[in-house]
Design a protein around this ligand. Sequence first.
Ligand SMILES: C[S@@+](CC[C@H](N)C(=O)[O-])C[C@H]1O[C@@H](n2cnc3c(N)ncnc32)[C@H](O)[C@@H]1O
Length: 205
Amino acid sequence: MDYRTIKRAYAILSPVYDFLFDKIFHPGRVAAINLLEINPGDHVLEVGVGTGLNLPLYPGHCKVTGIDISEEMLRKARERVQALGLSHVSLGVMDGSNLEFPNDSFDHVVATYVISAVPDPVKTLMEMRRVCKPSGHLVILNHFKSENPVIGAVEEMLAPVCTRIGFKTDLKLKPLLERVSLAPEQLYRVNLMNGWRLVRCINPQ
Ligand SMILES: C[S@@+](CC[C@H](N)C(=O)[O-])C[C@H]1O[C@@H](n2cnc3c(N)ncnc32)[C@H](O)[C@@H]1O
């Protein structure tokens, strides 16, 4: 999956994204933001913020920075910030695998439904680690390849099609975390048929 494919896919998806993915993924979003355990004054980075569906879920007492590679998705997020008066949120176009922030800039970093939608999941997670303070929470919510051999085979079959529309279905959680030297501190199954995994890691830097 390359940047051109991703940008094109999300430019097309942006007008219908909320209609398709708001309600169905809402339980996971609530659980992910709760898992951050945000304290007053904390600064949270949301990577791949998309249309900003998570933004109303953050407490007003924290600061949120949201970045995304897609101008079109971010336009929707900006409209939401303005409509809801979310003055604690700032947004910008940025590549999650090349974050323009110094080391240890954020108390927590979160990515919901993103890590299988980026061209380079390992580099993106490394960057999330780099900009998160030591002992900060790294929260990832995503669909990962099933350990069930039948479902896993179906997901592999679907992978070439899904890649064209902006996400991978065959990404495996354990090897991914191992490659970035992260271990799950908390792990839950969420959303429809418990098909998505919500992981919290403590940043070991
Ligand atoms: C499935 S959407 C999820 C959006 C949002 N996080 C949510 O929970 O609804 C995936 C998002 O990741 C963004 N994305 C893909 N590659 C990216 C990258 N390298 N850096 C930043 N954002 C990226 C896409 O533009 C898209 O907005």
